[in-house]
Design a binder for this molecule. Structure first.
Ligand SMILES: [Zn+2]
Length: 463
């Protein structure tokens, strides 16, 4: 914990609200200051580009980014061979190597452009749910660009705006005391934003979360999908009445169909999914037709087969992304660790922006069958299990799985048998399944939920 965090932890709630708001005014300027409105307008105008316009625009930006990388960024200058540098100068992305997270994690400064410093550089850290956090470096115009992108392609598509009061579930330490009896939110008056604690959400605390929505006249919700899903379950179980809301835009975790139905029922508004990362290597958002469009002016998104060839539509592959507007610390062909699939059908909304059919899951969330098969979408075993509030699958050894279950009233032996049967159906009869009933499932240090954890080290996984 830093000095400021320590200070925050010991001051009273009203002082925490004040400090959140003072900090909020500074951040409002950083994120929505000069240049922001122009970016929103440009993103909105480009939305109706024809495919050939998109292609030309994207190719020009890609070429310019690759030239910067090859000539001015130490990592690429030192690791790309002469053929690759030549490809970069000609703007041919597909001839460049893929970039894993490790070099960036080890030395983020090696990815920073060596000249043309544009004033202050901001540092952000990824959650580090699976290892050391990654530091990303941004100029202020880049940060404003990323907010404009979210406003134009995410908020406005959902019929809302960052200028309207909103609530957010994120990894922030909102309430420092784990034993606190509330409140479990703080209010940033600069942006009329309620910050919710992702760590205090329980059936007993849920009414206080909903009360914060009414008190601050919140219009829309955004942030961690699983936190909103859990709150939605409590709202429905306890029949808590929710003030009118315009939209919920989820981030971070994947939204399953079941989660979507529960959340739309509880909050009385539509759920829109946003697919992005802290590194901002990728950006996709859901249009009014419910399809997930990649923004080609924000990133080049590739879905690749294990041999590096592009996947056909409908074929699951690894997501590799190149952000086009972060030119201070360019990430070229960055491996996000996600698996996804292109939609073969164009979207009826008429936008000629590529559609992702589904982000299938995280590569590290793959479960390995005793025969070596890698399986994704394993959290599906909890679908239609009315007595399971939350479930997590941990693969401890090749043939041993622990299923953690947070039960609702009525969970009994039949539910246990059903879980074991579903697991064996997928993995074969030889695996051992241990069902463990728990009060809660621990979150990652940043408050995220992981549905599937494979504890088999990569070197012991069958090839
Ligand atoms: Zn669409």
């Amino acid at each position: 914990m830093g000095k400021l965090d320590k200070l925050y932890a010991v001051i009273p709630v009203w002082a925490q609200n004040t400090s959140v708001s003072l900090y909020g005014y500074y951040w409002r300027w950083l994120r929505f200051g000069a240049g922001y409105q122009d970016c929103v307008r440009e993103y909105t105008e480009r939305e109706r580009f024809r495919p050939d316009q998109w292609q030309a625009w994207q190719q020009e930006r890609t070429a310019s980014l690759l030239r910067i990388a090859a000539e001015r960024v130490p990592y690429y200058r030192d690791t790309w061979n002469s053929q690759q540098k030549e490809a970069a100068r000609r703007g041919i992305l597909s001839e460049l190597p893929l970039l894993s997270k490790d070099p960036l994690r080890a030395d983020p400064n090696a990815f920073a452009r060596q000249e043309n410093r544009e004033g202050r550089i901001l540092k952000f850290h990824t959650s580090g749910s699976t290892g050391t956090p990654i530091t990303t470096l941004w100029t202020i115009p880049e940060l404003r660009n990323s907010m404009a992108l979210r406003e134009a392609r995410s908020a406005r598509w959902a019929g809302v705006s960052f200028s309207m009061p909103r609530a957010t579930f994120s990894g922030r330490m909102v309430e420092p005391n784990p034993e606190s009896s509330g409140p479990f939110h703080r209010f940033n008056s600069a942006e009329k934003q309620v910050y919710f604690s992702a760590f205090h959400l329980r059936k007993e605390t849920a009414p206080l979360y909903v009360e914060a929505l009414s008190r601050h006249d919140i219009q829309w919700l955004t942030g961690y999908a699983v936190s909103y899903y859990l709150l939605a379950r409590f709202i429905l179980e306890s029949h808590i009445s929710v003030p009118p809301l315009k939209a919920l835009i989820t981030t971070s975790e994947k939204v399953t169909q079941e989660m979507r139905v529960v959340m739309e029922q509880a909050y009385g508004c539509r759920v829109f999914e946003e697919y992005s990362t802290v590194e901002n290597a990728v950006f996709a958002s859901e249009c009014e037709q419910g399809r997930l469009h990649v923004s080609p002016d924000a990133c080049v998104l590739e879905i690749l087969r294990p041999d590096g060839a592009p996947c056909d539509p409908g074929e699951v592959g690894e997501v590799v992304a190149t952000c086009l507007f972060r030119t201070y610390q360019p990430l070229i062909r960055y491996r996000l660790g996600d698996m996804a699939v292109w939609d073969p059908e164009p979207c009826p909304c008429g936008r000629a922006m590529p559609v992702i059919k589904e982000v299938v899951g995280r590569i590290e969330d793959v479960v390995i069958g005793p025969d070596g098969r890698q399986m994704v979408r394993f959290h599906g075993i909890f679908v239609d299990q009315p007595h399971v509030r939350e479930g997590q699958i941990v693969q401890e050894r090749l043939n041993h799985f622990r299923v953690r279950v947070v039960p609702t009233n009525g969970f009994g032996p039949a539910d246990r048998i059903e879980i074991v049967q579903r697991m064996k159906q997928r993995l074969g009869p030889a695996v051992e399944i241990e069902v463990e009933v728990v009060e809660s499932i621990p979150r990652t240090p940043s408050g995220k939920f992981r549905a599937v954890i494979c504890q088999i080290p990569p070197e012991e996984r069958p090839q």
